[in-house]
Design a protein around this ligand. Structure first.
Ligand SMILES: [Zn+2]
Length: 142
């Protein structure tokens, strides 16, 4: 099971969101600190246990997704993502309004990249990617 997928035993935590002069924040300072990445982006909070079944239809687990994106690690196995002369490998679920021949140049995503092994196997093994996916390569930088 991919590291960034939620288990059915995990759920989004409720947290009061406020608008401050510095932007959107969680009202609770500890939750706000927990929910921010090193770029200051506020992420959802998730609780519960990694139990039950893989929740492929749910959004990704925010803490594991955040960690994989910050360090550009494989979304499945957490090793450093594969990189070659073209950049890193991303295999992204195909949005409903995009055709399979769409150009992926300049695409921004919050889905972590993959290692070479999982860039090859994920489209066959992941239910969401089997419904449609696109491949992209890029720097992973902003
Ligand atoms: Zn991997």
């Amino acid at each position: 099971m991919p590291d960034v997928i939620r288990w059915t035993g995990e759920h989004t935590l409720s947290a009061t969101v406020v608008v401050t002069p510095r932007g959107v924040a969680y009202a609770d300072a500890a939750q706000d600190a927990q929910g921010r990445d090193r770029f200051g982006v506020l992420w959802q909070l998730c609780g519960g246990q990694s139990t039950g079944r893989p929740a492929y239809a749910a959004s990704l687990h925010p803490a594991r997704q955040k960690a994989a994106m910050e360090d550009l690690r494989c979304a499945v196995c957490t090793v450093p993502a594969d990189r070659d002369a073209s950049g890193m490998r991303w295999v992204l679920p195909l949005p409903d309004d995009v055709t399979p021949d769409a150009v992926w140049e300049g695409v921004r995503t919050s889905v972590p990249p993959l290692c070479a092994l999982h860039a090859d196997s994920a489209p066959r093994l992941c239910p969401r990617l089997r419904e449609g996916h696109g491949r992209a390569e890029g720097s992973g930088g902003s």
